[in-house]
Write a protein that binds this ligand. Structure first.
Ligand code: AHG
Length: 287
C-alpha cells in the first residue's frame, strides 16, 4: 500500500473516534489559544492528539503539522518526496459549531514537499464531514471520490464527483461592513442569483457548494486583509478538491494552489466554487 493510501485509510479509521469524542467535550475550552490566536476547544485538542498519534506512526509520514500546533513535527527520518509525505491537518474545522450542534469537519493535505507546502505540491487532499452521515471526500490523481465512513472503513458512494452545471448556493464569511467595497458589490449580485447557505464550518459550506454548485468565500476583510482561513490547513487542500471537481479557487488574483507559502499558519482570502462565479469574483476585485 502506498503511504498516501495509508494516510487516507488512517484518517478514515480515526474519524469515528473523533466523532465519538465530541459529546463529552461539547462546552469545554482547552484554556489555550492556537497559533492563530483563537480559542481552542477540548475537542480540537483531542482530535489533534488522535490524528497525530495515528498519522505520525505511519512509516512514510515524515512531517505532521496541525492548525493546533505551532511548528511542524518531524515524525520520521528524511524529507518528504520519493514516497515519503508530509501531512498538514485541520483536525476539527468549525469547532465553534460544537456548542450549537452543527456540522464540523477535518481537512487533510498530503504533500511531497516539506511544510509549509504550496497547494501545487499536494499529492492528495481530503475532508471528513461530520454531518448526519460521516463522509470523506478525497481528491487524488485529478479525480474526486466521496466515501461514507462505516465503522472507519471507506465505502465509495460517488466517483468522479464534479460541481453541478447550474449553481444554486453561496456562503460568505465575515461581517458585511467589514467586506471591502468591491467584494460587497459582488456579493450584492450573487445574492440575487443564488440561495444563501452559511453554516460556519468551511467543510460543511464547501460540501454544499460541491453538491449544488455555487461559491463559498471567506474574503479579505478591511480589518484583516488576508481574511481568516489558513492557506496550509484550509485554503490549499480545499482548493485541490474543488479544482479536481471541475471548479476554481482564488485568493482574489490567482488559484489558491499557486499561492506561495511563507509561514505555516499564514492566512489567505479564500474563494472556491463554480468556475464562472470565481472568475467573476476575480474580475470584480481587479476593477
Ligand atoms: P476553526 O477551524 O478554527 O474552527 O475555524 C473555522 C473556520 C471555517 O471553518 C469557517 O468557514 C469559518 O472559520 C467560520 O468563521 P465565522 O465564525 O467568522 O463565520
Amino acid at each position: 500500500m502506498s503511504t498516501v493510501d495509508d494516510v487516507l485509510e488512517t484518517v478514515a479509521a480515526v474519524a469515528p473516534d473523533v466523532r465519538d469524542g465530541l459529546p463529552g467535550r461539547r462546552l469545554t475550552e482547552a484554556g489555550v489559544e492556537n497559533p492563530s490566536g483563537e480559542t481552542v476547544t477540548a475537542a480540537d485538542v483531542h482530535a489533534d492528539e488522535l490524528f497525530f498519534e495515528a498519522l505520525g506512526a505511519i512509516d512514510g509520514v515524515v512531517e505532521y503539522a496541525s492548525e493546533e500546533r505551532e511548528a511542524v513535527a518531524d515524525t520520521g527520518d528524511g524529507e518528504p518526496g520519493e514516497g515519503d509525505v508530509a501531512v498538514a491537518i485541520d483536525p476539527l474545522d468549525g469547532s465553534s459549531n460544537l456548542a450549537s450542534n452543527n456540522a464540523m469537519g477535518t481537512i487533510v493535505g498530503i504533500a511531497d514537499e516539506p511544510l509549509p507546502a504550496a497547494g501545487e505540491d499536494l499529492v492528495a487532499a481530503a475532508y471528513v464531514l461530520y454531518g448526519p452521515i460521516t463522509t470523506m471526500t478525497v481528491a487524488r490523481e485529478g479525480t474526486v471520490t466521496t466515501y461514507v465512513l462505516d465503522g472507519g472503513e471507506m465505502r465509495a458512494v460517488e466517483e468522479d464527483v464534479t460541481l453541478p452545471d447550474d449553481p444554486v448556493v453561496y456562503g460568505f464569511g465575515g461581517r458585511v461592513p467589514d467586506w471591502p467595497d468591491a467584494f460587497r458589490e459582488y456579493a450584492r449580485e450573487v445574492e440575487s442569483e443564488l440561495k444563501l447557505r452559511y453554516g460556519g464550518a468551511m467543510v460543511g459550506d464547501v460540501n454544499q457548494v460541491l453538491s449544488y454548485g455555487g461559491i463559498f468565500a471567506y474574503p479579505a476583510l478591511s480589518s484583516a486583509p488576508n481574511g481568516k482561513l489558513r492557506l496550509q490547513f484550509e485554503g490549499a487542500p480545499i482548493a485541490k478538491i474543488i479544482e479536481a471537481a471541475g471548479g476554481a479557487s482564488s485568493d482574489g488574483e490567482r488559484s489558491l494552489l499557486s499561492v506561495e507559502p511563507t509561514e505555516l499558519h499564514q492566512r489567505v482570502p479564500v474563494h472556491v466554487g463554480s468556475k464562472a462565479y470565481v472568475e467573476r469574483l476575480e474580475a470584480a476585485l481587479s476593477d
